[in-house]
Design a protein around this ligand. Sequence first.
Ligand SMILES: Nc1ncnc2c1ncn2[C@@H]1O[C@H](COP(=O)(O)OP(=O)(O)O)[C@@H](O)[C@H]1O
Ligand SMILES: [Mg+2]
Length: 223
Amino acid sequence: MIQVRGLTKTISTGTHRVEILRGIDLDIPKGQVAAILGPSGSGKTTLLGLLAGLDSPTSGSILLDGEEIAGLPEDRMAELRGRKIGFVFQSYHLIPTLTAEENVLLPYELTGGGPDGASRARELLASVGLAERGEHYPVQLSGGEQQRVALARAFITRPPILFADEPTGNLDSENGSRILDLLFDMNRRGGSTLVLVTHDQELALRADRRITLRDGRVVADEP
Ligand SMILES: Nc1ncnc2c1ncn2[C@@H]1O[C@H](COP(=O)(O)OP(=O)(O)O)[C@@H](O)[C@H]1O
Ligand SMILES: [Mg+2]
């Protein structure tokens, strides 16, 4: 369960103050698939980063399963992220000096892992259609392929909550559908909560709920 109350984010850059989020209240129950929609610049990426504890809010509260994460010290936040959260970035954030397989394996090793890591990484790469690409480095992969590696990496710890920023943004329809099947399968089988920023109509329609942001506020919230 994710409970957000009065969440704001303001950034001051010298002379300017940008109010990115202007008071968000949101409850996302465990196991829900929530799509976050809204025009570019409406605050979607910022909201996702705050919910995942990658950034800290200016004010407000974020409870993950009853635990306040706003203002949590970074070491405790890192521990909680490792236990609970998977994140797929809009810009992938793969590590350039690691192969696809090593990138997928990394979060598993960082959280204690186990001897089955390499085989799990290979299975996940196969499930995103990259069985033959495990030894390749990010620069050797297209944008869509990097996006699929980033998804495989997010799945490896079987996180109870997965945040993904435009997970199908750079995929053709065949790979996009494959990724959606994988996401929804994860939700169904593992009961994981998915919070997805998307412009993808197919994804938005398959979600349990559509939350629309505009100018840092929730302007629609529809089942
Ligand atoms: N670090 C930052 N410094 C200044 N402005 C920012 C920063 N991050 C985001 N913004 C601004 O906040 C607004 C919302 O950004 P973002 O959350 O990335 O929107 P979205 O993902 O919906 O496109 C945009 O106007 C963006 O330019
Ligand atoms: Mg964005």
